[in-house]
Design a protein around this ligand. Sequence first.
Ligand code: FMN
Length: 503
Amino acid sequence: MRDTILAIVIVINVLCGVLVWFIPDLGNYILLTIASAFTLLAIYDAFIQKKHSLMRAFPIVARLRWFFEEEREKIQQYFIEDDLNGTPINREKRSIVYQRAKKEIETIPFGTQHNLYEKGYEFVKHSIFPTDHHNVGGEEVEFGSDKCTQKYKSSIINISAMSFGSLSKNAIMALNQGAKMGGFAHNTGEGGVSPYHLQGGDLIFQVGTGYFGAGKTIEGKRYFDDEIFRENAVRPEVKMIEIKLSQGAKPGHGGILPAKKNTEEISKIRSVEPFTRVDSPPSHSAFSNFKEMIVFLQKVRELSNGKPIGIKFCVGNNEEIEEMIKAFTEAGNYPDFIAVDGGEGGTGSAPLEFTNYVGTPLLDGLSFVYKTLVKYNLKNQIKIIASGKAVDAFDIIKLKAMGADAIGMARSFMLSLGCIQARECNLDTCPVGVATQDEDLVEALVVEDKNIRVKNYHTKTIAAVKEVVSAMGKNSIEEVKAKDIFRRNKAGDITSLDQIYFN
Ligand SMILES: Cc1cc2nc3c(=O)[nH]c(=O)nc-3n(C[C@H](O)[C@H](O)[C@H](O)COP(=O)(O)O)c2cc1C
């Protein structure tokens, strides 16, 4: 094949040469230049480069493979995927976010595309006597146990943790401004509180193992620092504090802030040395057992003047989680909320094994945490935030029914900003300026347009939740329980989530 390809390009090259000889006009010179470039490229592919066997065997032609590999995701999304098979968030779900964010028509013609008889199909049952959806309550939740002195009332839908650094400054500004307009909370992510977060929206200040904006480096290791933390924690915008133990997309895996990405601006926000590599280890240096953790949580609560304190994790070892909750009871001290992230959670970048095979899926983790809190009489003190692929109203109702008091949503809010699920968050090439620091791409995201979309998506989703709850004949979102959500099982029967997860 190699010789055939080489022969073809050389023959074309010779023909172009002959053409120029007899008709020496500009067009033919251009043709000859292109043909010569192809001949040189073919010789380079076949004989000079040694890295790609495919290119040596199929000069020039093999380059198409790299082109299609590069564009595979887009070809898949534009030409191949149907409404229900795109991953991680299918087109149907992505579309409802875009429609709600842009206040466009959000009805479906001609009936469902779902197979209602397939194993795993889930639904709720409606009542003969629906209530008035305008009067359905339960869209707010109050955080704060009896240990907390600054209780915080928030929406049941809030923006889950995503840092400035992972997202662009324009994305962070639009999210925060949207949160302000819609009256819901915005989690800073573990990168700390940046100026872009300070647009007037309520903040949940997240502290991870890198203690960004909450600690300092001593001999290359990161340590919590009372004063640095306090400065950020007492800001009026900060309504709650979240100590991150793990996240579903990469539980038990730390992170690295490469020296190149640690710019003057980022280093200032994160309280680290600029242009040095900073590690976020898998575990905290501030505590190494549950007793120390409880002491740390109380210290954090006091340093933030009594704001609600929470911990975020993806459920791993059930016995360990139970031991922790038992330790809360024994100490008579506990966090004000627990954020349970599902193994299906998103991230800017994670190792494949961790994303695919480490961490408990949300419904299993959430139901376990809920049951264990009830078992140790702590559910009345500790609120649960659940996160993991909640996009539409049914997802929210289901998580509420499974024991969540509030829902954290990350990727769906990214979609409301215009994310097209290009899946390039780890490459700094996000084409819509959401998950990149490339100035030109960031400028493409117009904050004044996208902030309203963030708000609209939230408002319309809450309205959709209320409509479904009213169809179920209930007066409050709080009234929906796991016994009200049904799933078709392997045998073809219908089982309630209560039977599956709580019996
Ligand atoms: C781009 C991106 C950045 C994230 N950064 C953080 C982070 O800094 N801290 C954290 O706890 N979780 C982080 N997450 C996880 C989300 O907060 C959330 O727990 C997870 O994606 C599940 O929610 P979702 O399915 O609605 O996206 C990030 C997720 C994404 C997509």
